[in-house]
Ligand binder design. Structure first.
Ligand code: HEM
Length: 508
């Protein structure tokens, strides 16, 4: 027993020494490369031997830690986690340089093992490498789901979403009076219904899954949304940062990933099978599945499952995060809420707000963009990989580095935004309080360049009509003690605890 422990300790010590030598070797290569190119290297944040900056990032909210480091190291710096060197970009100029000007040198992604599983081995528009597959699939998703024409075809689903939401909230008031409502519960269920209609053509109440039995909508929601997000959030598996130690088993986490993958694929296949029968019977269907079955003839069943799942997860999550934060901030700021209500009334009168009104409601637009700025749902763009030597912000960046574009950091840049940490929608209004369509680009919340988010139009339409209609129908106030509850879930910026608000119908 004693010998075994001694052998294990020796193996770990040798492993650590080897790792340190490898890190030193790459560091030297980088230093030499920087000397050859005549450009300075990216400033490094000091860390510990072998593990680098891992301990400083253990809180799992790297985007806000990076903002603190900007004060010492400037807008571009590099960190090390195990053997990985990551260049972090924290202002708009360097972020745009990486996403647009130098894109051709930084166009691939190296995902961790867990993140690969969550993304069906990178078979998603958002997570695959740039190339033919990406271009074709992005065209498909824009043509069928997210582009302007597709959004026109799906308008009926968005109107139903808003009507159901308002109905559910009035029912809550009728049954519970001024008891606080958990907005997230109601909204996420409605968004999921919309996502299912866009993806497979129908809002599913129940489904029979051969491997799992009969599942209700909440069970399907858990398998398709909650479980994969949970695995994704836990995905910073330390073995990914220490390639030499990849052989060390981590059974529990491995089992969790396998279970999630198995259940998700089983549900997606059952949904596809059922809906394919409807499509084959000639039934009129306006959904992505029908399009993929006819247009994407070369796609496998698993690829179709992953592309459909992409629509379901992306439609359900980020939209909910943005709307919840916007209502939280409005409930916290009664004066601003009143100004928004007056703006809506002055444009809509006794009509209910619709998407047609949005371009005449500058304060509503400002609330949306300021919420994206301060509570950005994707604070760090999924890591990009540098496959050939390049430069960023006037510094030499060697091939093999990874790039973290900290959009949250860009939006907290004091040189660009006055008091950046304050939620103040009026900063988006010019002197004439006009609507400015270019606001999306100011926050870069939807990225830039060839990987620009195609879901921006859908999110803008849904979140703006949601906020507008809910402020038109109800006065929002936070439950006592909720104001300070601004903690978030790791790297997705979702509110840690669902918002609980007291809502008072305005027509009482
Ligand atoms: C507030 C909500 C949203 C935000 C802040 C957001 C943000 C982003 C960002 C920053 C990117 C770029 C990632 C990169 O450069 O690697 C992106 C890509 C993407 N987003 Fe969104 N997104 C949102 C909502 C949506 C929705 C609702 C959908 C679809 C239903 C969607 C679909 C996509 C897709 C398919 C990509 C990949 C584009 C590509 O790689 O070419 N997004 N999103």
């Amino acid at each position: 027993m004693g010998t075994a422990i001694a052998m294990a300790a020796l193996a770990v010590a040798l492993g650590a020494l080897l790792l340190w030598l490898i890190i030193w070797y790459f560091h030297e290569q980088r230093r030499r490369g920087s000397q050859d190119s005549q450009l300075p290297p990216v400033p490094e944040v000091p860390g510990l031997p072998v593990i680098g900056n891992a301990l400083q990032l253990r809180e799992r909210k790297p985007h806000s830690i990076f903002v603190k480091w900007v004060k010492t190291y400037g807008p571009i710096f590099s960190i090390r986690v195990g053997s990985k060197s990551i260049v972090v970009l924290n202002n708009q100029d360097v972020a745009k340089e990486a996403m647009v000007t130098r894109f051709s040198s930084i166009s691939t992604k190296r995902l961790s093992k867990a993140l690969s599983s969550v993304t069906f081995d990178q078979c998603m528009v958002a997570m695959c490498d740039y190339g033919d597959f990406h271009r074709t699939m992005k065209r498909h998703i824009i043509k069928n789901v997210l582009g302007p024409n597709a959004q026109k075809r799906h308008r009926v689903h968005r109107d139903t979403l808003i009507d159901n939401l308002v109905k559910d909230l009035h029912t809550h008031v009728k049954n519970n009076g001024l008891q606080p409502v958990n907005f997230r519960n109601i909204y996420s269920s409605e968004l999921f219904r919309l996502a299912m209609k866009e993806a497979i053509g129908r809002d599913v109440e129940y489904i029979n899954v051969e491997e799992l039995g009969r599942l209700s909508r909440p069970e399907i929601y858990k398998i398709l949304i909650i479980d994969p997000i949970e695995v994704g959030l836990e995905c910073a598996d330390w073995r990914d940062f220490f390639p030499l130690l990849k052989w060390v088993p981590q059974r529990n986490f491995g089992r969790k990933i396998e279970k999630m993958e198995f259940r998700r694929l089983a549900v997606m296949k059952a949904l596809i099978k059922e809906q394919s029968k409807q499509a084959a019977s000639g039934e009129e269907m306006n959904c992505y599945l029908k399009y993929l079955l006819t247009e994407g003839e070369t796609l496998t069943e698993k690829q179709i499952a992953s592309l459909l799942w992409e629509v379901v997860i992306e439609s359900s999550d980020t939209t909910m995060v943005t709307a919840e934060w916007a209502l939280f901030e409005l409930a916290k700021s009664p004066k601003l809420q009143e100004s928004l209500y007056e703006e809506i009334q002055s444009i809509c009168g006794s009509d209910k707000i619709t998407e047609e009104h949005l371009c005449r409601l500058p304060l509503l637009d400002a609330v949306f963009h300021e919420t994206l700025r301060t509570h950005i749902p994707l604070p760090i763009v999924p890591l990009r990989y540098v496959h050939e030597d390049t430069e960023l912000g006037g510094c030499y960046v060697p091939a093999g580095s990874e790039i973290a574009i900290n959009l949250y950091g860009c939006n907290m840049d004091e040189n660009r935004w006055e008091k950046p940490e304050e939620w103040n929608p009026e900063r988006f209004l010019d002197d004439k309080k006009k609507y400015t369509p270019s606001d999306s680009y100011k926050t870069m919340a939807f990225g830039a360049g060839k990987r620009l988010c195609p879901g921006a139009l859908q999110v803008t339409l849904i979140v703006c009509t949601t906020i507008g209609r809910l402020v038109q129908e109800f006065e929002w106030r936070l439950k006592d003690g909720e104001e300070e509850d601004v903690d978030t879930v790791g790297i997705i910026n979702q509110k840690l605890h669902p918002m609980h608000a007291v809502i008072r119908p305005r027509n009482l």
